[in-house]
Design a protein around this ligand. Structure first.
Ligand code: NAD
Length: 367
């Protein structure tokens, strides 16, 4: 039977991304009927007409989209206004980040739908759907940090970029994976003095080899790492323990020891945040001020540049949508080592050990 694939308009605040762009849905014609909610692509520069030309049917409301489609292909986790639209026939396919979201996890379990967390799809040891967004987020963490350091943002009024080749600003990056490396690269490009902190010494050695004198590398938790956090103009928190809540690597005491007007960008907020006591912000209200320090935690940073982000996301996502369109799709996800970590919710069962651990819920097993 031909599947019905739906692409809703994202409703998370300031979220302009769309999961699949018109160019990438043409390949599904014949395998699935594609339904797109009107204006779903507009934030990324794609019109309803573009989707129609690619073979999709435009539906006029979220109710119609969720009522018609079985596979819901979206970017961000469902928001409260979407909960009532979900039903047990749905395969929900998107970034779910359940480890930090008990209420959403419970709702998805109650709905008895299938929830596939795209951030947990693996290729070898990598997370191919997290990587492109992480690269963008790491870049944006510096872009946002530069803006928050401005006087009008209540920052210390410091230009992060070097004017004369001398390094007049300090950036500390904690967690040197995809996000961290992107932040490090951009900070070095603009001439900041950069310190990289990680628990993985191999990663730190690689960075030292790559950037030489332009970078200081420190092991997480050391006294010098604490000093590098407290003396920085901009700190980027980008740690990850896959599928779990991140550790707290920036404490209240660190914040109160920093110079007033300094900035912290907690990129790990989508998993719950790595700054003590952090609360999620939005692009419209991007930070709070704590002890005179600007603390920003925007869970959908790539949503700031939806055109770039949607193209990157859709390019990487399309291949995994393909797996959902075959007759035995559930077995594909259940039995394939790379796909299995993303199959987190099914028919009222919680199948992710990391989510169960993080939220103290019972793990179920498929028989
Ligand atoms: N806010 C957003 O819009 C957004 C977008 C993309 C990714 N993210 C988040 O950013 C975080 C980083 O993602 P990534 O793709 O770079 O992950 P990654 O796995 O590539 O890198 C994480 C790094 O953190 C390090 N780490 C773990 N524990 C640490 C600790 N205690 N101290 C120092 N380093 C530690 C790991 O060794 C690793 O190098 C994740 O939480 C991810 O969900 C957020």
């Amino acid at each position: 039977m031909i599947k019905k694939l739906g692409i809703p308009k994202e409703v998370k605040q300031d979220e302009g991304r769309v999961a699949l762009i018109p160019e990438h849905i043409t390949q599904f014609t014949g395998l699935a009927d594609i339904f797109v909610e009107t204006q779903a692509g507009v934030g990324s520069g794609f019109t309803d007409e573009d989707y129609k030309q690619a073979g999709a049917k435009i539906v006029s409301s979220a109710e119609e989209l969720y009522g018609t489609a079985q596979i819901i292909c979206k970017v961000k986790e469902p928001q409260s206004e979407e909960f009532e639209l979900l039903n047990s026939d749905h395969v929900l396919f998107g970034y779910l980040h359940l480890a930090s979201n008990l209420s959403l996890t419970k709702i998805l379990l109650e709905k008895k739908l299938t929830g596939i967390a795209t951030e947990m799809i693996m290729s070898g040891k990598e997370y191919p759907l997290l990587i492109p967004m992480s690269k963008i987020a790491g870049n944006l963490a510096i872009q946002k940090g530069m803006q928050f350091l401005e006087y009008s943002s209540k920052g210390k009024g410091l230009l992060l970029s070097s004017l004369s080749g001398e390094k007049n600003s300090k950036v500390t990056v904690i967690g040197c994976g995809e996000v961290g490396r992107s932040s490090i690269h951009k900070s070095i490009q603009i001439g900041a003095s950069v310190t990289a902190i990680d628990i993985n010494e191999d990663i730190l050695n690689e960075l030292k080899n790559q950037y030489g004198e332009n970078i200081t590398t420190l092991v997480s938790g050391s006294e010098s790492a604490t000093n590098a956090i407290r003396s920085a103009d901009l700190v980027v928190g980008a740690v990850l323990l896959p599928g779990r809540k991140p550790p707290i690597v920036i404490t209240e005491e660190d914040i109160s020891s920093m110079e007033k007007g300094s900035v912290i960008v907690d990129v790990a907020i989508d998993q719950g945040g790595c700054v003590e006591g952090v609360k999620p912000n939005t692009h419209s209200e991007p930070f709070e001020i704590r002890s005179g320090v600007i603390v920003s935690a925007i869970a959908n940073l790539p949503g700031a540049v939806p055109k770039t982000s949607s193209i990157e996301l859709s390019t990487n996502l399309q291949k995994y949508v393909d797996y959902l369109l075959v007759e035995n799709w559930f077995d594909e996800y259940k039995n394939n080592e790379s796909l299995r970590p993303s199959l987190q919710i099914h028919n009222g069962l919680l199948l992710s050990e990391e989510v169960a651990d993080s939220l103290s819920l019972t793990l179920s097993k498929l028989v």
